[in-house]
Design a protein around this ligand. Structure first.
Ligand code: PMP
Ligand code: GLN
Length: 384
């Protein structure tokens, strides 16, 4: 019998439950706001005028140039287009990087709570995940914990900033300290930065590629799906020094080989839209975030501070709930008609069970309706 895991992800499960019950889905992260017409038009144009045959395996040169130019402009990070490998979503960038750089028996340090794809991919490469936890409720990363998890078999550390599900970000001092560790123990840092375009306060995004000690031993994963709120497009990239990039490309060529050319053309156009466009784009999401956070806070929920992503987390005990997050998530969808994601789903070991993730990238009227239901649900449980 196969021992391969066959469970569907919590995101799929919750979305299916919402479809079946007609609940408002604040679980899986996908927007229902109008999609950027500039990109849709560019994709339509590219389908008609550009080749629809296999593009170059590493990605269209125009897109690889645009990715490098975007990071130079937005983050001041100097990237050579040769270092960019275009993939089918950040998921494939993560997969290709892990398959390229993790050998059977290698240990990979993962920081919980973590995105669900990391562990299955590490295991598929024959690697052994080793867990370190962010410290709730501020979700800080203690570099001493990372150092304590390093053994002679450690090959890689996987980071995620801004973090899904917490929305918190790793400060430069932490990234610098990780750089020193990585240098001292000859480790690779795989940094998942897909939420870099959705930051709602003044916290600076610190890319692993901006840390001198990490520049040559780090892979950054990015996602156009997240930058442009087009999650179904699945255009992403891995960026690393040419030697690492070649190894990643060698895996990419047997995973998907290429990514649809029309979408690559459109993303290249999108990345060239300029800083003001991106500021206006994320500002639309800031409105929904404010609406949900303010409404919940006024109604007695405690929302944890965060900086980025499309998610906020509720502190359940501080909000008056006594049951664990999975129970509350189940009751919330069944009894109140609102889908959410329990933060414990982002743990493989020692789960935190006190937090619930809600997605705010929705129209105001959807959020207002969800808010009403959440407030009523809390009243019936906490005050009822
Ligand atoms: N990493 C994180 C932290 C994510 O939240 C997501 C998607 N939500 C991904 C990777 C996957 O990105 P993509 O859809 O581009 O594959
Ligand atoms: N990244 C999305 C989220 O965290 C889900 C992506 C997926 O369903 N695989 O909600």
């Amino acid at each position: 019998m196969s021992h391969k895991k066959q469970t569907t992800t919590i995101f799929e499960q919750m979305s299916a439950l919402c479809r079946d019950t007609g609940a408002i889905n604040l679980g899986q992260g996908f927007p229902d706001l109008p999609e950027p017409t500039e990109l849709i038009r560019a994709a339509r144009g590219a389908l008609l005028v550009q080749s629809n045959q296999y593009p170059p395996m590493r990605g269209l040169p125009e897109l690889r140039n645009a990715v490098a130019a975007y990071y130079r402009q937005m983050q001041g990070v100097s990237i050579n287009p040769e270092e960019v490998i275009v993939t089918s979503g950040a998921t494939e960038a993560l997969a290709a990087s892990i398959l390229a750089l993790v050998e059977p028996g290698d240990e990979v340090i993962c920081v919980q709570p973590l995105y669900d794809a990391y562990v299955p991919l590490i295991e598929r490469a024959g690697g052994v995940p080793v867990f370190v936890n962010l410290k709730a409720p501020e979700w800080t990363l203690d570099v001493g914990d990372l150092a304590a998890a390093i053994t002679p078999r450690t090959r890689m550390i996987v980071l995620n900033t801004p973090n899904n599900p917490t929305g918190t970000m790793l400060p430069r001092a932490t990234m610098d300290a990780i750089g020193q560790l990585a240098e001292a123990f000859d480790l690779i840092v795989l940094c998942d930065e897909v939420w870099e375009g959705m930051i709602f306060d003044a916290t600076p995004h610190v890319s692993s590629l901006s840390i001198p000690a990490l520049r040559h031993r780090s892979v950054k994963a990015g996602s156009a799906g997240k930058l442009f709120s087009l999650t179904g497009w699945k255009v992403g990239w891995a960026i690393a020094t040419p030697e690492l990039a070649s190894r990643i490309a060698a895996q990419h060529q047997f995973l998907t080989f290429t990514t649809p050319p029309a979408l690559q053309w459109a993303v290249a156009d999108g990345l060239n839209l300029g800083r003001d466009w991106f500021t206006a784009h994320s500002a639309r999401y800031a409105e929904g975030r404010r609406l949900l956070v303010d409404g919940l806070t006024q109604a007695g929920f405690v929302v944890l501070p965060s900086s980025g992503s499309w998610f906020i987390t509720i502190d359940l005990p501080a909000s008056g709930f006594t049951q664990p997050d999975r129970t509350i998530a189940e009751r919330l969808v069944q009894e109140a008609g609102v889908g959410s994601i329990p933060v414990s789903a982002f743990y493989q070991t020692e789960p935190e069970t006190r937090y619930l993730r809600l997605c705010f990238c929705k129209e105001a009227k959807t959020l207002e309706q969800a808010l009403e239901r959440l407030v009523q649900f809390r009243s019936s449980i906490v005050e009822g």
